[in-house]
Design a protein around this ligand. Sequence first.
Ligand SMILES: [Mg+2]
Length: 241
Amino acid sequence: MVVIGGGSMFKKLYKHIFFDLDHTLWDFEASANHTLLDMFHRFALGEKGVPDGEHFIDAYHIHNDRLWSLYREGNLVKEVLRSLRFADTMRDFGFEDDELAENLSAYYLYHSPRNVYLFPDAIEILTYLKPKYNLHLITNGFEEVQHIKLVSSGLKPFFKEIVTSEEAGVKKPDPEIFTYALRKADASVTESLMIGDSLEVDIIGAKNVGMDQVFFNPEGIDHNEDVTLEITDLSELRNYI
Ligand SMILES: [Mg+2]
């Protein structure tokens, strides 16, 4: 863990804290896997050649991650991403069914943002931070999906400004989404802090516009990136801000 500027300086600097949503506050993996397992049973995917829920979940994530990278780089539109991730998953198990792919996509989009899983201490740390800072969100997720997550999880009231990539017209790590969010929040770079789980998207993105960053690294992955602060548990934020 690295703190630049020392503990007390760190505390005084910031007025605005920008959070990432997926994999930072919202436990995307747990929520998605709950929904996917439910889908495996509900749509009787076992009868179609998927060995078990675990295989379905693993295959889905491989395709979803790959397609999300294309989407993030602007090489795929969201409608295609949404049905293709299921069509490609089914193809892995030897069957094609466009109607089923659409039905799976619709079911997932409806239920996943309503299956609430937050990281431990997410609500507690936001409750602690809210009276002291202006809290905002910068998320690459889809506008309507992220909105449902925020309402169903009770996270929404904590945030003043919620910036989605759809609204900003660009995705993290594009510097424009950070400057857009700063403008919307009426915040300066020097009084702002970005907290997120992705080095590539949140941390390097924030750093490129001159923002300090907190790398939320619950898995403790190795890296060589110079970050302002690194934590493995959200509750550690109390020690610094
Ligand atoms: Mg994230």
